[in-house]
Design a protein around this ligand. Structure first.
Ligand SMILES: Nc1ncnc2c1ncn2[C@@H]1O[C@H](COP(=O)(O)OP(=O)(O)OP(=O)(O)O)[C@@H](O)[C@H]1O
Ligand SMILES: [Mg+2]
Length: 220
């Protein structure tokens, strides 16, 4: 059962197919509603990251459509896609991209300046990075960098968050607090979360669990 019946989805993908050396998926469909979180698991190489890129405006599928906030994104001009990406979408990549020579705070400010949002200090507390905000990114640990990149994305206040193994480098307790921050964020902001993970416990903290296999998204 979908969470919000009658509401239009924030994300709606229909009939997606994509091949590189081999076909990754065929005629795949998914919807994502406000306040909903979904996770996708699956073997390495099945195409989870590729699917995340297709759903998040970064990669055009071979066929099928992706609608974000009712806009058919791969039929828009690049300026319009750019605007949707900037204003509505937050992507947490499998490897994080921060400016190493800048402080944690400057990294987060660079995101909020672009999106015209205020920095949410609560977020620093929730992600347990409040004590390191003045340190240079090059001087903090890998797991801390991961949490900073999550804070950076959430600070833009996106409507849909796409997260590719956001807890990959983290211990259990830290992974749990990251998931709590993401889940709180989507409830507070009526946003949605599309999460790729190899971690069963993390997947279990989302509302809907999918397995990518045999070129399809199957409910687990
Ligand atoms: N830009 C590209 N050009 C060519 N092949 C690609 C490209 N991107 C991905 N692939 C191929 O598509 C397949 C799926 O890659 P993808 O990164 O989506 O897998 P994944 O499910 O995220 O794996 P993992 O769990 O290891 O992160 C791989 O065989 C990969 O080599
Ligand atoms: Mg991947």
């Amino acid at each position: 059962m979908e969470l919000v019946i009658g509401n239009s989805p924030l994300l709606e993908a229909n009939g997606i197919s994509k091949s590189f050396d081999y076909q990754l998926f065929q005629d795949l469909s998914i919807r994502l509603y406000s306040k909903q979180s979904v996770s996708v698991m699956g073997r390495s190489g099945t195409g989870k990251s590729t699917l995340l890129h297709i759903l998040s405006t970064l990669l055009k599928p071979d066929s099928g459509s992706v609608k974000i906030l009712d806009k058919d994104i791969y039929n828009l001009s690049s300026a319009e896609i750019e605007r949707i990406r900037r204003d509505n979408i937050g992507i947490i990549f499998q490897s994080h991209y921060l400016f190493k020579g800048m402080s944690v705070l400057e990294n987060i400010e660079s995101a909020t300046l672009l999106s015209n949002t205020d920095i949410d200090r609560e977020l620093f507390k929730m992600l347990e990075i409040e004590d390191i905000i003045n340190k240079k990114v090059g001087d903090i640990s890998g797991g801390q960098q991961q949490r900073v990149s999550i804070a950076r994305v959430l600070s833009k206040k996106p409507k849909i968050i796409f997260a590719d193994e956001p807890t990959g480098n983290l211990d259990r307790a830290t992974a749990d607090l990251v998931m709590e921050a993401l889940n709180n964020y989507i409830i507070d902001n009526k946003a949605a979360l599309f999460l790729v993970t190899h971690d069963d416990e993390i997947a279990n903290k989302t509302q809907k669990l999918y397995q990518l296999e045999s070129k399809k998204l199957n409910i687990r």
